[in-house]
Write a protein that binds this ligand. Structure first.
Ligand SMILES: [Zn+2]
Ligand SMILES: [Zn+2]
Length: 259
């Protein structure tokens, strides 16, 4: 594999909704001439098209069925099908996302345009993820681990790249093990500080917990993302650095990291 050609690109980094000039969750992994879209929250299709990155895509991975990680799949489906229909794009996700794609077809299908009669199932070739399993996307091995979050959610690890993305979820021992020795750990850092319910009941991490995760996992580099507000990103990085001695960066749209 040509490691020099491997990049991790931030398209969006906000939790919940687009704002402050940033889309919600979405990232690109470019390796060996192929491109994977990892999550597709609101604002991601505009980021892709404005940056000239919408084509070609070779695979999509959606970590869970929360809107800030998948709401732009409708826009991406339309982009893939109109005005020129492209081949179905493999899409790996949970079975709950599979059900969501069918429901979206019911709502947004346009019966008078055959290509758009069932836009989600025409645009995407859905492939369910098995909990704890491994799959191959765009020639890369991908390991999936269920996280502690209120809907089925998967962290992903790309062993050939040393890349781990936590998706959404609370800090657990299993997540520390999954992220072990990551060359680049991309971690949700939703809150500066939060109470027990937000962290463990709802399932997110505070800045201090992200620092603890990276330290316990022995990560080499840490990229913070999924901010409740981007204005708190730098303060979050300061708190993280109190717990983790490695390199810490904060995600922002357009950022490109070599792997
Ligand atoms: Zn989220
Ligand atoms: Zn979520």
């Amino acid at each position: 594999m040509n490691k020099a050609a491997t990049e991790f690109i931030v398209l969006g980094c906000r939790a919940g909704s687009p704002g402050e000039g940033a889309a919600a969750s979405g990232y690109l992994i470019r390796s060996n001439g192929k491109t994977i879209l990892l999550d597709c929250g609101p604002g991601i299709v505009l980021e892709l098209t404005q940056r000239g990155l919408a084509d070609p895509l070779d695979a999509v991975i959606i970590t869970h069925a929360h809107a800030d990680h998948c709401a732009d799949l409708v826009a991406l489906a339309y982009h893939r099908l109109f005005p020129v229909a492209r081949a179905p794009l493999p899409l790996w996700s949970t079975s709950s996302v599979g059900h969501m794609l069918k429901a979206l077809d019911e709502v947004f299908g346009i019966p008078t345009l055959p290509a758009l009669a069932n836009p989600l199932s025409h645009a995407f070739d859905f492939r369910p993820i098995t909990p704890g399993g491994t799959f191959c996307a765009a020639d890369l091995t991908v390991e999936a681990m269920a996280t502690a979050h209120p809907t089925p959610t998967f962290a992903v690890r790309f062993p050939e790249l040393g890349l781990v993305y936590t998706a959404d979820g609370a800090l657990t021992d299993a997540l520390v093990t999954f992220a072990q020795s990551a060359a680049l750990l991309v971690a949700e850092c939703t809150y500066l500080t939060a109470d027990s319910y937000d962290l463990n009941g709802h399932g997110h991490m505070s800045a201090a917990q992200v620092g603890q995760l990276a330290s316990r996992a022995g990560a080499r580099r840490l990229l913070l993302t999924h901010f409740a507000t981007c204005a708190e990103a730098q303060r979050s990085a300061q708190i993280v650095a109190e717990h983790f001695a490695g390199e810490v960066e904060t995600a922002q749209p357009g950022m490109c990291m070599n792997l």
